[in-house]
Ligand binder design. Structure first.
Ligand SMILES: [Zn+2]
Length: 236
């Protein structure tokens, strides 16, 4: 194995958690395309760390479904199918209305202030036309809600689901915007006044809107190999 060569064993550079955060940020900003190939060598050079650290980060991202390991190819950025995306949104529609309902049950001043500050950042990015930042911020809004709910496992789950949603948008949506404007604001307003029912209903409405823009009822595109197999049968 050449992955233990000393030239890769750098003692400085980023930690495994930091590498994962950077890769996730790139996914949230849609800087990484679904199906894009990633190698240990590339990442070790980019982050100035050993391949061992990169391998750990990639293994964790593969566990969370963000990277896929393919035989003879290596690791690629996940490409959620329409069926997988429907499943992801089904979980989000179960979980996220409950997150905002719980926040609205006891709306704290600091939590609402953080949500309002986040909405301002989204507003600024939209005004500047900074699409990458806007897409990341609209995704991070959903993670902030999970974080404010104070459940680390939930935040971890939501991070994976949100990253996969970003990738699905690149694959299946006609527009590449993650969240329609203004809907986050109505959710925060309902949390602020302690109206759990309205917050949950607004969140469900918002996620249905995201789902509709993904056109998940369309048939899956046929792979080239499946097409070749089909056309072979027709000829026989
Ligand atoms: Zn949203």
């Amino acid at each position: 194995m050449n992955d233990t060569l000393p030239r890769f064993e750098k003692s400085h550079g980023k930690s495994e958690a930091e590498i994962r955060r950077r890769i996730l940020k790139a996914v949230f900003e849609q800087r990484m395309r679904p199906g894009e190939r990633l190698t240990e060598e590339q990442l070790a050079t980019a982050f100035d760390v050993s391949r061992t650290v990169v391998r750990q980060a990639m293994a964790r991202l593969a566990q969370d479904g963000i990277l896929e390991k393919l035989p003879n190819v290596g690791s690629t950025v996940a490409s959620p199918s329409r069926k997988q995306t429907r499943d992801i949104l089904a979980i989000r529609k179960m979980v996220e209305p409950e997150i905002v309902r719980s926040l609205a049950a006891a709306p704290s001043g600091p939590a609402v202030a953080r949500l309002r500050a986040h909405l301002l950042q989204e507003f600024d990015a939209r005004k500047r036309g900074d699409r990458g930042t806007l897409v990341r911020l609209t995704g991070e809004f959903h993670l902030l809600l999970a974080e404010l709910a104070g459940n680390e496992l939930l935040t971890h789950l939501m991070t994976g689901l949100q990253a996969l949603t970003c990738l699905a948008i690149l694959l299946h949506a006609e527009r590449e915007d993650a969240c329609p404007p203004d809907e986050h604001g109505t959710i925060v307003a309902a949390i602020e006044v302690g109206d759990g029912e309205a917050a949950a209903a607004q969140m469900l409405h918002h996620l249905r809107h995201v789902e509709k823009d993904l056109h998940l009822d369309r048939p899956e595109p046929e792979s080239a190999l499946a097409w070749l197999r089909g056309s072979e049968r027709e000829r026989i």
